[in-house]
Ligand binder design. Structure first.
Ligand code: FDA
Length: 394
């Protein structure tokens, strides 16, 4: 069988794979990108509600989870949000900051995919979709990869197949299997940036609040995120919950401050002084969604006029508002998760080039690695930065 010969074969035409390909192509490397999906960059297209939150101007290593928190530092330092913004501006893609440094396209995520594909074509990169990998072997002359579109022979092989989130978009465990094939450890994976589910009495107490949203501070395992929470039919979602979900595992204590940034005890004391005749549920409804205020007073707080709260009750009510326990039973899983935590262990991968320390010429980039960002453009920044690092080396 005659093989398609190239210098760099990238498996996965997502954010990290395309960035690796265009960077290597710009260096004059002959690059082929293959993907089993019917089109490239499907997650980019779907991201940010169709407007792709393509980076975060405040990116630092502190916004990433990994068994080795130092691993992401080198690549992030060498390809910054500013470097990607420069590409976005050069291609005339209009963008805006939504909040907290999150940059979104004004018009459509399609423009980010187009930018990457245009850069790939300008650099002579060939991209093939509908291309399923059947077998990967390593010989004296590099990697031999058998696919549904024939055999590829490459000096460098880049694994850019992403995580397990959203299988309907082409996600597969292929990258993990390939890593194991070449002797790499794969750390246990789980869904991250994902809605949490409630069950039993915890669900019964809250499920009719579906649709209610409010700002909270969600706290778990020493982390806290202040942002919106949304009650759903199955549990809770919204940015604060998605963020904390990456730090939560079943059985962990999860608390919500329902009046973030406010001293609940001081507020209740002031209320007692100025509006003592008000029912607590009505007073709370000035600060919280009415249905939630009502439910809290039915189940967790004294349902009476504020002036009747004695000192012990007032302090207990403040503590409940500040530290409301949310007993989640699980997550919505990979079906809706934005990312996959865990993955290819970083200790056998070079943090400056993304090359395997075990198998010369083998690279891992993007989400397949055990590096996961917070919500807010950090995961794409990791894809760009790790792809750039590999593209300079492969
Ligand atoms: P990615 O998953 O993008 O690409 C992997 C590619 O490999 C896919 O094209 C897939 O088809 C291909 N592949 C898989 N298995 C294969 C096989 N066996 N053979 C051939 N090809 C194979 N992040 C962010 O920063 N801002 C945002 O706005 C969002 N929004 C968002 C929304 C939704 C709904 C999701 C699911 C995720 C996000 N994310 C995000 C996260 C972000 O999309 C994600 O972290 C990056 O796409 C990861 O880039 P990768 O290139 O590593 O994987």
């Amino acid at each position: 069988m005659s093989a398609i010969d190239c210098d760099v074969l990238v498996i996965g035409a997502g954010a990290a794979g395309l960035m690796t390909a265009l960077t290597a192509g710009q260096r004059g490397r002959r690059v082929q990108v293959i993907d089993h999906a019917n089109k490239v960059g499907k997650k980019i297209l779907m991201s940010g509600g169709g407007r792709c939150n393509f980076t975060n101007t405040g990116t630092t290593p502190a916004q990433f989870l990994s068994a080795n928190p130092h691993f992401c530092k080198s690549a992030l330092a060498r390809f910054s949000p500013g470097d990607f913004i420069e590409m976005v501006e050069r291609h005339g893609v209009a963008y805006h900051e939504k909040e907290l440094g999150q940059l979104f396209c004004d018009v459509s995520s399609k423009l980010i995919v187009k930018l990457l594909v245009d850069e790939c074509h300008a650099a002579g990169v060939q991209i093939r979709t509908h291309c399923a990998v059947e077998k990967v072997e390593r010989g004296a002359e590099g990697f031999r990869v058998d696919t549904s579109q024939g055999r590829f022979q490459a000096a460098s092989l880049v694994v850019a197949t992403g995580g397990l989130s959203i299988p309907s978009l082409g996600a597969s465990g292929f990258g993990y299997e390939l890593a194991r094939q070449f002797g790499h450890e794969v750390l246990p994976t789980r869904a991250g940036l994902v809605p949490l589910t409630l069950s039993g009495k915890h669900q019964e107490r809250l499920q009719d609040l579906a649709g209610v949203a409010l700002p909270v501070e969600a706290r778990c395992n020493g982390r806290s995120f202040r942002n919106a929470l949304l009650f759903t039919h199955r549990g809770v979602s919204g940015p604060s919950i998605l963020q904390i979900s990456s730090y939560w595992q079943p059985g962990d204590d999860l608390r919500l401050d329902l009046l973030p940034g406010e001293d609940a005890e001081a507020w209740l004391r002031e209320l007692k002084r100025t509006h003592g005749a008000s029912e607590l549920r009505n007073a709370l409804a000035e600060r919280l969604p009415k249905r939630l205020a009502q439910r809290l007073c039915e189940l967790w707080l004294p349902d009476k006029p504020v002036r009747q709260l004695d000192e012990r009750e007032l302090r207990a009510a403040a503590a409940t508002l500040r530290d409301w326990p949310l007993v989640a039973s699980g997550t919505e899983g990979y079906r809706t998760a934005e990312v996959t935590l865990g993955g290819v262990a970083t200790d056998a991968v070079s943090s400056s080039t993304m090359e395997s320390r075990r198998v010369p010429g083998l690279y891992f980039v993007g989400e397949v690695l055990d590096v996961t960002g917070w919500l807010g453009g950090y995961n794409f920044q990791w894809a760009w930065a790790s792809g750039h690092a590999a593209g300079l080396a492969a």
